[in-house]
Design a protein around this ligand. Structure first.
Ligand SMILES: [Zn+2]
Length: 116
């Protein structure tokens, strides 16, 4: 499946390819505040449609994940990091930023990110 995603104002926009089987609801100090629902895909499945310079980046804790967000509207559509198990560049897409996803029917799985 092909999805288009963006922040709210459109300054950060992207295309992403893959099958969404569920959204992960993480309880870490960031995700619980953002209410993000995460979907992990290989980095090469995501293609930015806007310049990399259009997004700002935040890091915390071990500083290994780049949490990108739009400096204009503040929405954070995805983060990127090296996958700890596979060693592959990976993105965590916030499926709430994919307008074609029906959040009412999405299978939501809880992840205890607070204890990672
Ligand atoms: Zn924006």
């Amino acid at each position: 499946m092909h999805y288009q995603g963006s922040c709210q104002c459109g300054q950060v926009a992207f295309d992403v390819e893959g099958e969404i089987d569920s959204g992960l609801a993480c309880n870490c100090s960031m995700c619980s505040r953002r209410a993000s629902l995460l979907w992990f895909v290989p980095r090469d499945k995501l293609v930015l449609r806007t310049p990399e310079s259009a997004q700002a980046t935040y890091k915390f804790n071990k500083h290994v994940i780049e949490h990108h967000f739009c400096p204009t509207c503040g929405i954070a559509p995805f983060s990127e990091a090296t996958h700890p198990k596979t060693g592959m560049p990976t993105v965590a897409v916030n499926v709430r930023c994919l307008p074609d996803i029906d959040l009412e029917t999405l299978n939501v799985q809880k992840v205890d990110g607070a204890s990672f």
